[in-house]
Design a protein. Structure first.
Lengths: 162, 165
């Protein structure tokens, strides 16, 4: 049930999402284009890209994640403070992409829970903005108590996160 | 300094030990027996005319049909002053792939030998820290050897329902 406080908090949260650009490869460059002036990401509230997980809301994983990089992605995710969201940008982060091979992690959802998947190789900046807007919708619809619910705890337990 | 003079100097120093002289695309290439790789490297480094003092690349090739000499470790050297490149190969058995490490002479060989170990399993004797460099440490096979089927049937990291095998 959306109370007035929830509406205000959701409005504030969704219009000021500070992303952590976990940019690994080509999608990182495409993200730089999205954040530049032509397809400005700052208009959606993502003015301050934080590279510290403690200070960000949204981790955007952009690029191929090798199996050697997987524990690092997980570590960065664990360091994020609640409420936190994850956006998987590009085919490699969603499912391993064209690299159907031994060193590549076949999708980051094998190690961390993902909220929005943006397909593409790389996705056009408009697609990234669309994914970002979907994150905004999720932030808006999320209640204040979701992170304390049993369902959420079970989700985290499924990934081995306390 | 031409390929002929280099070949002549090498055959003077190492008579009858260096074989298979070729010049693909103009780069002199020869084969060195396994025990002599450091001596050849040192000679090419110290000689005042040859001066091959830059290790461009150190890699391996797996020839599965070459029984007894399956793994070839390939050294690419460059003479920066006269702009001459040279290549030599060291063949080793896949059962016991021990090759002397070039880290004492070239620091660049450190990471390159780790990569060669990681992907082909070549054991470099005398290397200070021979562990995997690009793959995960728990991996127990050597990926670039040509002994794997195209699609591994027992892989667990891809969801068959989603990717339809």
């Amino acid at each position: 049930m959306a109370t007035n406080l929830e509406k205000v908090v959701s409005l504030a949260r969704k219009n000021s999402i500070w992303p952590l650009p976990f940019a690994t490869s080509c999608c990182g460059i495409e993200f730089m284009a999205t954040a530049a002036s032509h397809y400005d990401l700052a208009r959606f509230g993502a003015e301050r890209m934080s590279f510290s997980p403690r200070q960000c809301d949204l981790m955007m994983v952009m690029g191929t994640i090798a199996k050697k990089m997987a524990p690092i992605v997980k570590q960065v995710y664990l360091q994020m403070a609640e409420p936190r969201w994850v956006l998987a940008m590009g085919a490699c982060a969603c499912s391993g992409g064209i690299f159907d091979s031994y060193p590549v992690l076949q999708g980051i959802d094998q190690i961390i829970p993902v909220d929005v998947y943006v397909p593409g190789c790389p996705p056009r900046p408009e697609a990234v903005l669309d994914g970002f807007m979907k994150i905004q919708d999720l932030v808006n619809a999320e209640g204040l108590r979701r992170r304390h619910s049993d369902q959420y705890k079970d989700l985290m337990a499924g990934y081995g996160i306390q | 300094m031409t390929n002929e003079t280099i070949q002549q100097k090498l055959t003077e120093k190492f008579p009858d030990q260096l074989t298979d002289w070729q010049e693909p695309y103009g780069m002199l290439t020869f084969t060195v027996p396994k025990d002599l790789n450091l001596k050849v490297l040192q000679f090419l480094f110290d000689d005042t005319e040859l001066r091959f003092r830059f290790l461009t690349d150190l890699q391996a090739v797996h020839y599965p049909d070459n029984k007894g000499a399956e793994l070839a470790v390939v050294y690419h050297l460059h003479n920066l002053v006269d702009n001459v490149r040279i290549r030599f190969k060291v063949f080793t058995d896949i059962e016991k792939p021990d090759v002397f490490s070039a880290t004492a002479l070239y620091s660049a060989a450190n990471f390159m030998e780790r990569e060669t170990y990681d992907f082909y399993g070549v054991n470099f004797i005398g290397h200070p820290n021979l562990i995997r460099i690009l793959n995960v440490e728990e991996m127990d096979y050597f990926p670039m050897r040509k002994e794997f089927p195209l699609e591994e049937q027992s892989r667990v990291d891809k969801d068959d329902e989603m990717f339809g095998r």
